[in-house]
Design a protein. Sequence first.
Length: 597
Amino acid sequence: MPPASPPSRSTNGYDLVLRLGLGVLAVVVPLSHLAWLCGNLTARLTGSAWAPYQPGTALFHPDRLWPTASDTTLLLGARIVPASLLMTIGAAGVVLWLRHRIRSRTGKKTPGLAKARDIEPLMAQATAAKARSLRPTLKETKRLDARDTGVLLGNLQGTRHEVRMGFEDVAVAIMAPRSGKTTGLAIPAILAAPGPVLLTSNKAGGDAYTATLAARATAGRTWSMDPQQIAHAERAMWWNPLADATTLDGAGRLAGHFLAASVDASAHGDFWSKAGSNVLSQLFLAAALDQRPITDVMQWLAFPADRTPLDILRDHGHTAVAAQLKGTVEGPPETRDGIYETARQYAAALLDNKIAAWVTPQQDVPEFTPAAFVTSNDSLYLLSKDGGGGASALIAACADSVMRAATAQAERAGGRLDPPLLAILDEAANVCKISDLPDLYSHLGSRGIIPITILQSYRQGQKVWGEAGMDALWSAATIKVIGSGIDDPDFADKLSRLIGDHDVPTTSTSRSESGTSTSVSMRQERILPADAIRALPKGTALVLATGLRAAMLTLRPWYTEPDADDLAAASARESKAITARAIAKHTPTQADFGPAA
């Protein structure tokens, strides 16, 4: 680039005078024209003649243009009204400029991030076309509802373009608490789901449970599994976890949920954990084959010498499994007692009658069957406390059973569920530790099963699935949503490198005897450095979609939508109902104090 001519310092004063003159003209010119126009309009209303086009005279000598007009008319028409109009136009201009500045500062034009054309596959036209190809029931529909085309993630920042994940995508969302993961992602997705919905959560009041329960009840039946009474829900269902445990593989998966709920991924491979899980799977298999309730397993664990499970396994042809169980029972007492005690600890939640009642047959209480659920428009709410041990194992087992039933139904239906199943695995690292979830992600989307696993941090996932497992889950997710509150420097830097670099012009100035020259060169700079990712404002999120540039979104919380008032009222009613149930449950009765004197 040729060097620019050196600026002369002596011209600084002229530049100031020039700018001052332009500023005066910017005020005088429009004001004079407004004075001429408003003066003529006022003169016409008062009976005076229309004056010729002389804006300068109208501003400085209005009495020459309208000699018959009164002083009040001239003051009003050529002074007050034009000045007021000019100030109003100026104020409107300042407001628009400030809005532009605010949008710019919040990332509207962050260089290097995706524009609408860069993420076209996530836009309305592309997702609608994809939905028609994936869902046979929509092929003849002339006009599709937005809810039928995909899950809303938000708006492309600074625009009105809606960004949606399609019904073959699988997502991982890493968002800190109070960053909008529930209000801006989970709840809108649940409310707009076209088919069955599965939600796992560790909260009830003021959360996705209360915000969506009434709305989903209009679409189909709502099932609530609340073994630890987070929402103090009435036990209006029971589910048989042994229904899928009639094979060794199914029993092993059920035992694996109890293992995952009790210990971290790093301890899954040690001797006691593996042996305890094996004994559980063998006893689960025996109970399932004999159509016994799962609570019978706790009786067998309490008395290892009980030969009932051995006889059941042999009677059903599982002689090798029976031999393995017999070897454990008849092994060294110290080893046997250690293995059985480990198994007891994993399944300890089943000792609680209130928890066990949700997974054992109940008279006059309907049974929840995953196979029927996945072909309905129902909703299943699975609630458990953080660190719930065996209780969270039941939540994970039920969610796993639903997704496996959906896979089987999809295979029978030609490959995909229509409408799809939406599985919101909120707080998955706390209440829904499905050990092979990273492996399931590789094919769930192709079956019409749309999981959105929500984590508070990347390290939280590593604790549950291990470093390799979390990397596999992250890699398998076709949609990755990153919200505010990322405080892990390694993960923030990883994201920064994934988002990439862009060219930034750098201006350099050199001075010599011949004058001053300026040159411009390009250098590479991170689009979003780690500190910028950490400082993402609440209500925004980064989206990384497979094969597309990273985009910045503005989340769409449910309470900003047109029907928010009705939803808020329904949520408030449900929250009050939870409070009332809690108070009633903990209010002492006469029976608590014994017979009256």
